[in-house]
Design a protein around this ligand. Structure first.
Ligand SMILES: Nc1ncnc2c1ncn2[C@@H]1O[C@H](COP(=O)(O)OP(=O)(O)O)[C@@H](O)[C@H]1O
Ligand SMILES: [Mg+2]
Length: 304
């Protein structure tokens, strides 16, 4: 793993929750995320959240599935604040040559000039904003993107794809298209210590409780969406996304396992835990959903 302590640094330009710095490396600009100190309300015995690995592996999984995501690399760096060596993740900025600007989806909700109630993180509001936007966007393409991302987030157990954690790229002519995926830092169990993981790997019931019962960040029909519930009876757009993405997940599984195994700095317990949790969600949530969607199409007489 390379050490970037003495690389060229610039001041941080980004918001969000984690601690960040800007890096110039090999002629490109990166946002470097340092491990986030755990705030007391979070349920973990870790003192730092292991979200660098989640970010790096989560984004790589999206790319393996053919969905553009930011490029990342892991590196070591001596934290200037406390002189301790940390593993950090460098995220290459997209649009760094001025060829467009990221607009987080939350900003489109603020564009809404005629809403009586405040918009929230609901599937209905996302779809409503897309349906009524006066901007130059391909609604169907962006809806497909939203649902494709939703399927992969279910796979990687991401409970934090809120409206600042995805967005669109606005080009100078005003056209908008899906931005590469970024912020996968809350996927793949970043809050669990290796001790907890070792225990859960030995205890199937507790493991399933932790890794199967995951919430998405969205609400729909006034209820928080649990991934495994919505996949049992998916709305039409999710149904199509399942049929587009789950076959790719099936094909890429061995490659994804190899990617995890080859990740430097990640403990063997964490590697085993990640692979097993992905396997569980693939086998118990995604593949049964794909079967059901295909059967549903057959019963409607759709030729696929
Ligand atoms: N690769 C990137 N290129 C350009 N902007 C980015 C990139 N990644 C993140 N951002 C912007 O920086 C903000 C913070 O990054 P994010 O990864 O969401 O950090 P956090 O984990 O702290 O929420 C995002 O909301 C987005 O606006
Ligand atoms: Mg974020």
């Amino acid at each position: 793993m390379i050490d970037i302590t003495n690389a060229t640094w610039r001041s941080n330009r980004f918001g969000g929750s984690e601690r960040k710095r800007t890096l110039i490396y090999d002629g490109n600009t990166y946002m470097v995320k340092f491990p986030d100190p755990v705030r007391s309300t979070k349920k973990t015995s870790l003192s730092y959240i292991n979200n660098q690995f989640s970010e790096h592996i989560g984004c790589s999984i999206f790319r393996h599935l053919g969905i553009p995501a930011q490029e990342t690399f892991l590196a070591t760096c001596i934290d200037p604040m406390n002189k301790m060596e940390k593993i950090v993740v460098a995220c290459k900025l997209f649009c760094q040559n001025g060829e467009g600007n990221l607009v987080e989806f939350s900003k489109f909700l603020l564009n809404d000039t005629d809403s009586t109630s405040r918009r929230t993180t609901t599937v209905e509001d996302v779809m409503d904003v897309l349906d009524h936007s006066p901007l130059r966007l391909d609604r169907e393409k962006i809806k497909d993107y939203f649902w494709d991302m939703f399927v992969v987030d279910a796979f990687i157990g991401n409970g934090d794809r809120h409206l600042d954690n995805w967005g669109l790229i606005e080009m100078t002519d005003g056209t908008l298209s899906p931005a590469p995926i970024y912020d996968c830092g809350s996927s793949l169990s970043p809050l669990k210590s290796d001790n907890e993981k070792a225990y859960l790997l030995e205890n199937g019931t507790a493991f399933k409780r932790e890794e199967y019962n995951l919430n998405s960040v969205y609400r729909m029909n006034n209820e928080r969406v649990l991934y495994h519930e919505i996949f049992k009876n998916p709305p039409e757009d999710l149904h199509r996304a399942i049929q587009r993405i789950v076959p790719r997940i099936k094909t890429a599984s061995a490659q994804i396992d190899r990617l995890i195994d080859s990740t430097e700095g990640l403990s063997d317990i964490s590697k085993e835990y990640m692979k097993k949790s992905l396997l569980l969600r693939r086998e118990l949530i995604l593949l049964p959903a794909l079967k059901k969607c295909n059967r549903r199409d057959e019963s409607r007489g759709f030729a696929r």
